[in-house]
Design a protein around this ligand. Structure first.
Ligand code: GDR
Length: 328
């Protein structure tokens, strides 16, 4: 029986990964924070299924800094694969709460590695890293060998975690890998990330529930992919013979204006009529030129990013339109 443990199972990626692993016949265990009140929102459909919840899918309360509980769970569950997705993932927020960002994202990863180090049978382990480790890279596109140059507390925390995974792989023989993910979005994306903020606003404006959308830096450019495709890569990373790091990206960069155009355009709206800016959404420092080169993942893992950013924008708006129409 293949058993997986997912930290951050209640997040966007965790919920898609749980679905993927259940479909592949895994027993899936997820760690959730006791304090989180939205713990189940993205997993509701799985909880509602009595053939899945507490049969093949199990949830355990453990904060990522609660090493004792995590150790106890790992000893009891004996997972064959660990997917480490938990952490404070909002780059803008990391400027406001740098200490807790580093506590969860950087130290949380180190603590998990330390617990794994002592296990008699070590599971394979994957950490979700981020394009934010590159910050302001000198070259584009970025690949696995691009030097790290983070410009946000979040990026620094991820750089620490990424390098620590490499150290444990090289020094202690861990099967530990980094999925260096560029932005990946979906209808399950948190509402404070820019793509979801845009898709919700486009849907609400279309339905006459809102008039304007207030954003920060409109010059932003990102490599936006579709989250369900990215979790396929996570799984493939742990099935490969040798542990390694992989850039997971589409290889195409888009401006925020292009994303707005696709989102608003999909419901026949002109974004320029509705979007305004407010400095409160600007960051003290911005990453630049972030676009990934996924060649290593494509060639080694036989993985492919399929959904393009304009398509992604339209599908997110369509989902939000339907959801608002049915639930208000
Ligand atoms: P990012 O995603 O910081 O790239 O990190 P986000 O969607 O927050 O920002 C993307 C870009 O849009 C600009 N922007 C705004 N962003 C937000 N959130 N809200 C706004 O109103 C707004 N206006 C403009 C930002 O300045 C930025 O340039 C995401 C996270 O999921 C990380 O956890 C992950 O590691 C990286 O993607 C890859």
């Amino acid at each position: 029986m293949r058993k997986a443990l997912i930290t951050g199972i209640s997040g966007q990626d965790g919920s898609y990964l749980a679905e993927l692993l259940l479909a592949k016949g895994y027993e899936v265990h997820g760690l959730v924070r006791r304090s989180s009140n939205t713990v189940r929102a993205r997993l509701d459909h799985l909880f509602g299924d009595p053939t899945i919840y507490n049969q093949k899918l199990f949830l355990h309360y453990a904060d990522i800094d609660d090493t004792t509980t995590i150790r106890r769970l790992l000893i009891r569950i004996q997972p064959t694969e660990v997917y480490h997705l938990a952490g404070q993932s909002h780059v803008g927020a990391s400027f406001e709460i740098p200490e807790s960002t580093c506590e969860f994202t950087a130290m949380g990863t180190l603590r998990l590695l330390e617990v794994l180090r002592d296990l008699p049978e070590r599971p394979r382990m994957m950490q979700i890293s981020s394009s934010e480790i590159f910050g302001r890279p000198s070259d584009a596109p970025q690949d696995e060998s691009t030097p790290m140059n983070p410009v946000s507390p979040y990026g620094v925390a991820k750089a620490f975690a990424t390098q620590m995974v490499r150290v444990y792989r090289d020094s202690f023989g861990f099967f530990a890998c980094n999925a260096i993910c560029f932005n990946h979005e979906s209808p399950r994306r948190g509402e404070s990330f820019v793509t979801r903020k845009i898709s919700l606003a486009a849907a609400r404006i279309k339905l006459g529930l809102q008039k304007t959308l207030t954003l920060g830096n409109l010059d932003a450019q990102r490599d936006w992919g579709y989250a369900p495709e990215y979790v396929e890569a996570f799984w493939k990373i742990l099935q490969h013979d040798t542990p390694d790091d992989y850039v997971i990206a589409t290889g195409k960069s888009h401006t925020l204006g292009e994303f707005l155009e696709a989102a608003f355009g999909s419901v026949d709206l002109e974004w320029r009529d509705h979007v305004q800016t407010d400095p409160k959404y600007m960051r003290p420092a911005e990453s630049h030129r972030l676009v990934g080169n996924p060649k290593h993942a494509i060639e080694t893992l036989d993985w492919q990013p399929r959904t393009k950013a304009p398509e992604l924008a339209a599908l997110m708006v369509e989902h939000d339109l339907q959801a608002i129409r049915s639930h208000g």
